[in-house]
Design a protein around this ligand. Structure first.
Ligand code: PMP
Length: 354
């Protein structure tokens, strides 16, 4: 069989080996049911058990109370860019934004279709190479939107904005990677394909008391309240992605939950950033340690002419997917929850030998 590669891709991304094995087994036969997970009804007892367990694990791992709905939707995080605004923002109301990358910019664009936007701070002028600090969140905003981890630029919020205004967070690329103060958030959304499972399902955690405050009519599929009332089975939900997410959440729990994930992620990121800072052949593209992402580590070859040779050296060691986003170039090693410490060690050894 071909060499198993170490998957540093930004997403769809690495999943735990045990999850891939269980997911494969369920395609053949789900828990001795005589049916495949790909062919069972979304109204079957077997799927209902998986959905219920997935929701319970989300609630347990992030301490989510009954004042929040936990939803498994389709459409990706990109749909949540406008969904959040449709459900929370009236045309005369203003959402604050921290503009920290291409995904924030897209969320801003979509939100403007439904209400007003105030960009409180932006790092765009320096090609999004840091998380802004020193800004003040003004009063009178309906919510403040943050992209907790900027997958493309390799930056991450380490401290949340100082405000009592509810936060709406795109946590696509760092959900379940660390502890979060849930009470600060009105909505958390995340496409599954980085820390949670395969592409096709989006996890949404939404505080119920903010719903129903917009005047516009909402199509059923675009109304959080409909999905809350129907426990994510208003229509056929993405059955298989939800099942695999449930397996991944079980794995996170077995590892010790988000506190253990946070330690594991800090240790891996330190190993890689230390090598980037030590090795004159490489330069980190995010200089400020306060802004550096523990999930997506971005760097370049100090001498650009080394780039292709380093790509080849990494590929020869089985390191796959380290090429930076097409809009930025250079390298990006995505080291999500499921990336083992040994995977990062392999990459660091290639850098040392280089
Ligand atoms: N937000 C962030 C932070 C992302 O990294 C991505 C995908 N890379 C998206 C949003 C878009 O997600 P989707 O493709 O699920 O719409």
């Amino acid at each position: 069989s071909p060499m198993k590669k170490i998957n540093f891709s930004a997403g769809p991304a690495i999943l735990p080996a045990s999850v891939l094995q269980q997911a494969s087994a369920a395609v053949a036969d789900l828990d001795g049911s005589g049916l495949s997970i790909l062919e069972i009804s979304h109204r079957s007892a077997a799927f209902d058990a998986a959905l219920t367990e997935a929701e319970a694990l989300v609630r347990e791992l992030l301490s989510v109370g009954d004042d929040y709905g936990v939803l498994f939707l389709s459409g990706g995080a990109s749909t949540q860019f406008f969904y959040t605004a449709m459900n929370l923002l009236n045309p005369d109301e203003t959402a604050g934004f921290l503009d920290t990358g291409a995904w924030s910019a897209k969320a801003i664009k979509e939100t403007k279709l439904f209400g007003k936007v105030n960009v409180i701070a932006s790092s765009k002028a320096s090609n999004y190479d840091h998380i802004p600090t020193g800004y003040t969140v003004p009063d009178g905003l309906k919510y403040v939107h943050v992209t907790s981890n900027n997958t493309i630029f390799g930056t991450q919020f380490k401290e949340w904005p100082e405000t009592t205004t509810p936060l709406v967070a795109d946590m696509s690329s760092d959900i379940f990677s660390r502890k979060i103060p849930l009470e600060k958030f009105a909505v958390i959304y995340a496409g599954a394909q980085k820390n949670l499972g395969p592409a096709g399902v989006t996890l949404v955690i939404v505080r119920k008391d903010l719903l129903g405050t917009v005047q516009r009519e909402l199509p059923s599929m675009l109304d959080y309240r409909v999905h809350i009332a129907k426990s994510s089975t208003f229509n056929t939900p993405p059955v298989y992605p939800i099942y695999v997410m449930m397996l991944t959440l079980r794995w996170i729990k077995e590892q010790g939950g988000v506190a253990a994930m946070e330690k594991h992620n800090e240790r891996k990121a330190k190993l890689l950033y230390d090598e980037i800072d030590r090795n004159p052949k490489f330069s980190g593209t995010v200089a400020n340690p306060f802004s550096r992402s523990l999930m997506n580590v971005t760097f370049v070859c100090t001498d650009e002419s080394d780039t292709d040779r380093f790509k080849e050296a990494a590929a020869a060691a089985g390191c796959d997917g380290i090429v930076g986003h097409r809009s930025v170039g250079g390298f990006r090693a995505s080291i999500y929850n499921s990336m083992p410490y040994e995977g990062v060690e392999t990459l660091v050894n290639v850098m040392k030998a280089f």
